[in-house]
Design a protein around this ligand. Sequence first.
Ligand code: ADP
Length: 292
Amino acid sequence: MNNEPNVCIVGSINMDLTVKTDKMPMQGETVLGDTFFTNPGGKGANQAVAAARMGANVNFIGAVGEDAFGKTLLQNLTNEGVRKTGIETIPDVSTGTATIILSDNDNRIIVAPGANNHVTPELVEKYRDLIKSSDIVLMQLEVPMETIEFTTELAETNGVPIIMNPAPFQQLPEKVLKNISYMTPNEIELAAMKEDPLFDFIQEKLVVTRGDKGVSFVENGTEQDTDGYHVHVTDTTGAGDTFNGTLAGELARGAELAEAVNVANAAAALSVSKIGAQGGMPTKQDVQRFLQ
Ligand code: ADP
């Protein structure tokens, strides 16, 4: 087993801006809302925090803007032990944000990618050594598609396995599907993927998260199902991110797929028992205690 597992994430860093309101404003209407809060987010950053809490060395290739959110988010990653060598601060661009309007029966979200659109193939090329020296590369679909194509090819050429979390869902080109080792959709993303004529390329690489029903995955050509762990559900935000970050950390450590899936399934279950995306992510000790 590898005691110094190295995970490299190429992905997004966002500030989530949430306002709670009793009444969703109509077109042209202003309403008085309830509370407002900010939380570090972005699928890339969330998954990096999950992997770091599980004890992996995590490098990140990404970008923030030259603004207050960027500073706060970089500090947050430092506090979590995520290495920032590959994160650049882009002048005259805003940090990525997700503006979330939350009411009892309706959520509305606008993502402004900002600096995440500056995670270019050139940026990845600049930090290619971080990819070459990692045991696994983990990606999501919140950075430009050309960067996804470039990174998956670079990793594949260097013999580094890739986990692709296809969220938010977009169709992926054939060469990306061929280069990745694991594809981790949730059930909604899987349904969209089945419409794709290239679905055959990834059937053997699937690790499907099924909410409280657990995880299905393919090992040596055989489909296996792992039940979800029973927990008291408090907040399911970030469950998928916890699963992916943990899975990456465990596979980087050298765990077999079934073992890595079991640990990630447990970590994700623990995360839904607590509030917040990053806030609810467990540490390695929490997961070990839970699995004892
Ligand atoms: P996403 O958060 O991307 O929609 P899922 O809902 O499939 O993804 O959740 C990801 C993983 O989180 C699941 O495979 C499971 O391991 C865990 N999980 C999610 N919801 C629950 C739940 N209610 N109880 C136990 N585990 C859960």
